[in-house]
Ligand binder design. Structure first.
Ligand code: 0A1
Ligand code: ZN
Length: 880
């Protein structure tokens, strides 16, 4: 909990560490409530540090000191001082190495913040990123202090038969009183945020992988016994990731052992601790009847992400936490490429852009906006954001676009070669890209320091006499906190032109004949001329979403329908369909505001009709083409967000399409409906996606035929994708069997925590009336638990982040409810509490009435005593 004024940490204040820790020996005497940690730090002064002074400041929080020695001599009260977050030893040797030995005690069971050493179910585990190691023992808890770790764990043999830490197992043995010990040594120096230990009754699923140089790596996944049958997919994913990193980046695994442990209680998705990843069970466990196709994909993606960190994060790590995007943006980019290669690049790109535009763009447009390399923070855990991760990945993708795949790879090779074993900065990454390619990227660097989503305003003019297309693009970027004015960015803009028959149009630019091009936008306004165009072309701009920007380009519905049919760029074809519907929905919202009757433009019906009757080879892509823009995306496009009108207009479009194209939806549903449970190839997944997209439209009919079809799917499904798809449309309709289906589902799956999370989330995000009462009732459900982050996210998170209509109820009950839960979570788990506050951050985007109600709750939160730094930072910045 915070003291009176939480301190802000600034990037500009960075100085190298005054001391280094060359090696550490850690001994843990493990117990759920009384764990003793003995550490032996071999240290020396850092020759790179310019600081004067002979004292040593170690970080430590919530630790009970037993003893401390310097070079074997006990220190007394006058030799050191301890406050909330530090221990200062008055004097340490300056000219030679010295050893600090500390004994301290911690209580894992009392640790509900899930940072440091904690208890998850009956298992002990650690989470040290970003600054959790200081809750284990006093240390130099900063990523630029890299240390060789040797760790010995001792514990009761019955309760904790498995004892794991980083690196290689170097010894084990029995002790008195049914206890035993295991020693581990990690040969690679690492920052302490990559330290991990796990102890518990765990089963091991094992396999092996032969690397490109022929080394055999043991692969081990540790889970509780009842989950042993849900590890096969994670194991296969790990092997796929290892092979992919060799093939795509030439990067090989370095230890002889790679371990993954799945835990029920985890604040995030997973953690890349060296050789010992700790995962949220959500991203490991899968069986066809318990996990959906999307779950399967996410598992492979997260397993890949953590594995890729072994190079982009561990072998080359961050100098300080402001550089977080150095490892996260790059690693997200790598996992996106991996998933695209494993599934469909077209589909993956659309999913990623959709998530970026609905969620990261909202962050960029809020008081919490920050550059991918932030300049200040109060609590670093608040900066594991969509901006650092997802926008960070877009910045890396732009580098690849600008340098080409080969040039980018050369840059990566140089980066890993130059910096292996070092803690470096985003600047070092860009420097390597420049040096490997002989280019200059100074303007591009602004992407690291400027926040906000740029807007490109586009105008075009076709000159028939000159057979030329003139294109003018202006760039601007709205003000963000502490950044009222923005300098122009270097923005790669990919484009192509279409001829009247839909085929690619050839054009001449800079004397070269082409069918597509990447323009380098560097000025506030720039014009481009495309020659030798005998007829007026249709512009397909920002292909593949080549930069994370908003486009302001007037286009007719006819032009969008044309691109939706013909664009050869899969992203822009999907995007044209989205923008077509967006424009139509905004027209409907205006009609609603003017109390006019609603009519759906025939162009939309026609576009969907021909889509449903066209041949398609990527069915997952086809399903995306059929999916209407999310309500949160639509909200992001409105000056004053009107959640009710958005919902009403979107539902109107969906229902009207369902009535107009009922036969098509039924036919396509039946073509693809078959039982292929257990099959996860692209075709089977695509068939399920397309079929379930049709089912979702058919459910809008609220007819006895549609009820029968949906219920049959629910009852006959042998895979979670189909069962969930059916239950989801049942919950969001007036289906007469709703209550019994929900009940049946619960009875069927009550032993499977991850499936019960889905059951909570589905109900919390329902648009149907009475949802708020349901949410309140679910808070009292015996299966609800505030100490389990997955459950909190499933109920409180889904309600506040995925249910705009009910969360933003006019009377403010949703806001009050959220603030109540934030305050309850504040003491239990500040990280989860502060994540929940972010739903209120966008308060300025709503009408005056809602603004007032949201602001009231933020103020109520800020005024609360004993507020954690995490919650204080988000709530106070939201109000600023
Ligand atoms: N580095 C991990 C994410 C992570 C960050 C913080 C955590 O605890 C506060 C846990 C995990 C990743 O990117 O996967
Ligand atoms: Zn990561």
């Amino acid at each position: 909990m915070r003291d009176a004024t939480p301190q802000t940490v600034y990037l500009k204040d960075y100085t190298p560490p005054e001391y280094l820790i060359d090696s550490v020996e850690l001994d843990f005497d493990l117990d759920a409530q009384h764990t003793q940690v003995n550490s032996r730090l071999t240290m020396r002064r850092n020759p790179e540090s310019a600081a004067a002074g002979v004292s040593l400041v170690l970080t430590g929080e919530e630790l009970e000191l037993i003893s401390i020695q310097l070079d074997g001599n006990p220190l007394t009260e006058s030799d050191f001082t301890i406050n909330l977050e530090t221990m200062t030893i008055q004097q340490v040797p300056q000219q030679r190495a010295f050893v600090i030995s500390i004994e301290n005690r911690i209580n894992p069971k009392a640790n509900t913040a899930l940072e440091g050493l904690y208890l998850s179910s009956s298992m002990l585990c650690t989470q040290c990123e970003a600054q959790g190691f200081r809750k284990i023992t006093w240390f130099l808890d900063r990523p630029d202090v890299m240390t060789r770790f040797k760790t010995t764990l001792s514990a009761d043999k019955t309760q904790y038969p498995v004892l794991l830490s980083n690196g290689n197992k170097i010894g084990h043995g029995d002790l008195a009183n049914n206890r035993h010990w295991v020693s581990w040594e990690d040969p690679f120096a690492k920052p302490c945020y990559l330290f991990a230990l796990v102890a518990g009754q765990l089963e091991c699923v094992s396999d092996s992988f032969t690397t490109m140089s022929g080394r055999e790596i043991a692969l081990e996944i540790f889970v509780e016994q009842h989950n042993v049958d849900k590890c096969a997919h994670a194991m296969q994913s790990l092997k796929n990731a290892m092979r992919w990193d060799e093939d795509s980046y030439g990067l090989e695994y370095d230890l002889d052992l790679y371990m993954i442990v799945a835990v029920d209680h985890f604040n995030m998705g997973a953690m890349e601790n060296k050789g010992l990843n700790v995962f949220n069970t959500k991203f490991v466990l899968a069986r066809p009847d318990t996990a959906t196709d999307s779950d399967y994909e996410h598992i492979e993606g997260v397993i890949g992400h953590e594995y890729f960190h072994n190079w982009s994060g561990n072998r080359v790590t961050c100098r300080d936490w402001f550089q977080l995007s150095l490892k996260e943006g790059f690693t997200v980019f790598r996992d996106q490429q991996f998933t695209g290669d494993r599934t469909s690049q077209a589909v993956k790109r659309i999913q990623d852009v959709n998530a970026l535009r609905t969620r990261q763009f909202a962050e960029d447009a809020s008081p919490l906006a920050h550059p991918i390399r932030p300049e200040a923070y109060i609590e670093i855990n608040n900066f594991y954001t969509l901006t650092v991760y997802e926008k960070g990945a877009e910045v890396v993708r732009m580098l690849q676009t600008l340098l080409g795949a080969e040039g980018f790879r050369k840059g990566c090779d140089l980066y890993f070669q130059r910096h292996d074993g070092q803690a470096v900065t985003c600047e070092d990454f860009v420097n390597a890209m420049e040096a490997a390619n002989g280019v200059e990227l100074s303007q591009f660097r602004r992407w690291y320091s400027q926040a906000g989503t740029p807007v490109l305003t586009v105008s075009q003019h076709y000159d028939a006499d000159a057979q030329q297309l003139h294109l003018t693009i202006q760039q601007s970027c709205p003000p963000t906190p502490h950044q009222p004015d923005k300098a122009p960015l270097h923005i790669p803009v990919k484009l192509g032109l279409l001829a009247a028959d839909g085929s690619p149009a050839t054009f001449v630019i800079n004397g070269q004949q082409q069918t597509d091009i990447t323009l380098n936008l560097t000025e506030a306004e720039q014009s481009f001329v495309f020659d030798e165009l005998a007829e007026k072309p249709v512009l397909s701009l920002l292909r593949g979403f080549s930069a994370p920007v908003n486009l302001n380009m007037p286009r007719s519905l006819e032009e969008l329908a044309f691109l939706f049919k013909h664009d050869s760029d899969t992203f822009n074809r999907w995007e044209a369909g989205q923008q077509l519907v967006v424009q139509v929905i905004f027209g409907l919202i205006e009609d609603l505001h003017n109390h006019l009757p609603l009519h759906l433009n025939a162009l939309v019906v026609e576009a969907f009709h021909s889509l449903l009757n066209a041949e398609a080879d990527d069915l997952s892509y086809q399903a995306l083409l059929l999916t209407l823009p999310d309500e949160s995306y639509l909200a992001g496009q409105m000056t004053v967000i009107d959640v009710d009108a958005i919902h009403h207009a979107r539902e109107f479009v969906k229902t009207t399409l369902a009535h107009a194209l009922e036969d098509d939806f039924n036919r396509v549903y039946l073509i693809h409906h078959r039982d292929e449970s257990g099959k996860f190839d692209a075709d089977a997944i695509g068939r399920r996606r397309l079929k379930n997209a049709c089912l979702s439209y058919l459910s809008q009919l609220e007819s006895s035929d549609s009820y029968t079809l949906i219920l049959a799917q629910f009852e006959q499904a042998h895979n979670m994708t189909d069962q969930m798809a059916a239950l989801s449309v049942i919950v969001n309709s007036q289906h007469p069997a709703k209550a019994s289906c929900l009940d049946k589902f619960y009875q069927q799956w009550q032993q499977e925590a991850l499936v019960i999370d889905k059951w909570f989330a589905l109900q919390a995000s329902s648009y149907m009336p009475n949802t708020f009462a349901t949410v309140q009732a679910l808070m009292q459900h015996p299966a609800f638990d505030m100490k389990t982050p997955n459950r909190v996210r499933a109920l409180i998170g889904a309600f506040s982040q995925a249910n705009p209509v009910h969360f933003h109820a006019k009377d403010g009950e949703g806001y009050r409810f959220l603030a109540d839960q934030v305050l309850a979570l504040n003491t239990l788990n500040p990280q989860i509490a502060s994540r929940m506050v972010t739903s209120l951050a966008q308060w300025r985007r709503y009408d005056k009435g809602r603004q007032k109600l949201m602001k009231q709750q933020l103020q109520r939160i800020v005024m609360t005593e004993q507020l954690s730094k995490d919650v204080y930072e988000i709530a106070s910045k939201s109000l600023a």
